[in-house]
Design a protein around this ligand. Structure first.
Ligand SMILES: Cc1cc2nc3c(=O)[nH]c(=O)nc-3n(C[C@H](O)[C@H](O)[C@H](O)COP(=O)(O)OP(=O)(O)OC[C@H]3O[C@@H](n4cnc5c(N)ncnc54)[C@H](O)[C@@H]3O)c2cc1C
Length: 304
């Protein structure tokens, strides 16, 4: 009789992975939209060596893998996802300041980085206080607010290529554009980033952080489950303005609703499914295209 096939978790452990392994872990609680079925295997690396082990293991077994930060820009299918999900959040999260440079691990919270910078009298990341992602997710997405973008403050990114080689990429190599970076097209793991900041008065910088935070609370449903903006801004316009003008505020499918406060936010009012979200997006896209001839492009990433 042949020996039983080891589970993915047993196999990855045998390969030398030291961190936490969670087979069939439900992903909904790992996303800000609170939607998504289980990962075949969720792994939380203990360190960079674990990531090297995991990528080599996945390559040798032809196992698909993905990176999860704080899940604040993701829609995950109700069926869940096959393969390995590597969660880099609250690990690799050290924040260090040297002069005008702040270096943060990929798993650090972006708002925590903004607060540290403000407290140390460093300006340039005030906008980040309201973006509920990790540093890794912010770099990959080139997260931003109004005229501010993560990429503008980046001096270098520490990147683990899928072949296990660790490289440092300077700002220009990262190819930052509106909500995009080279990392969206290059398999690997963002391990951390170094930000080049400007000196300032801590109280003044903190006042700006507070001002932006207040503005967000007034204009966005920040205390309800969402993925932030569902759509990218169309050239010369705002997705939220178009959705509002199409009369779609409050439109609902199942438990998913277009926010009445900010129409580019869709709210999970309790127990919404991925199917609800997709159906609502389809309706909104069709209606905006019909009324204004604009094709909305999704900012939220879909995992299936
Ligand atoms: C209330 C709210 C407000 C928001 N406001 C804004 C805003 O003002 N501006 C804005 O730009 N966004 C905003 N967002 C969206 C979201 O917070 C950002 O896109 C954020 O940068 C995503 O980070 P994350 O850690 O949650 O990434 P995730 O959603 O977990 O992942 C996003 C992408 O990055 C990849 N990824 C994550 N970590 C790594 C890593 N270490 N290495 C390689 N790939 C990785 C994932 O595979 C995925 O492709 C908002 C979201 C919410 C819920």
């Amino acid at each position: 009789m042949s020996a039983p096939t080891p589970s993915l978790a047993d196999s990855l452990r045998t390969a030398g992975f030291k961190g936490e392994l969670r087979p069939h872990k439900l992903l909904a609680p790992c996303t800000t939209w609170q939607i998504g079925g289980p990962a075949e295997l969720l792994a939380v690396p203990a360190n960079v060596d674990d990531l090297v082990v995991a990528l080599a293991w996945a390559a040798s077994g032809s196992i698909s893998w993905r990176l999860l930060g704080n899940g604040s820009n993701l829609l995950i299918h109700d069926r869940g996802v096959r393969g390995l999900v590597l969660r880099v959040r609250k690990v690799l999260d050290e924040i260090k300041v040297h002069g005008r440079r702040l270096t943060a691990g990929a798993g650090a919270s972006f708002p925590a980085v903004a607060r540290t910078a403000a407290a140390r009298g460093l300006a340039g990341l005030q906008f980040a206080a309201g973006i509920p992602g990790t540093v890794g997710g912010a770099v990959v997405m080139n997260a931003g607010w109004h005229q501010f973008e993560t990429g503008n403050a980046i001096a270098a990114v520490d990147f683990l290529q899928s072949n296990g080689h660790r490289i440092t990429m300077d700002h220009d190599q990262c190819k930052f554009t509106y909500r995009s970076s080279l990392f969206q097209r290059t398999p690997g793991v963002v391990l951390g980033a170094t930000f080049q900041l400007e000196p300032g008065e801590p109280a003044d910088i903190q006042a700006e952080v507070d001002e932006y935070t207040t503005a967000r609370k007034l204009n966005q449903p920040v205390d309800r489950p969402s993925c932030g903006s569902v759509y990218l801004q169309p050239p010369g316009d705002f997705a939220g303005r178009l959705i509002d003008a199409a009369g779609l505020k409050g439109r609902r499918v199942g438990a998913m609703e277009v926010s009445r406060l900010h129409a580019n936010f869709f709210i999970n009012t309790g127990g919404a499914t991925c199917a609800d979200a997709l159906a609502l997006m389809d309706q909104v896209e069709q209606e905006v295209a019909r009324q204004f001839g604009v094709e909305l492009v999704r900012e939220v990433e879909f995992w299936q």
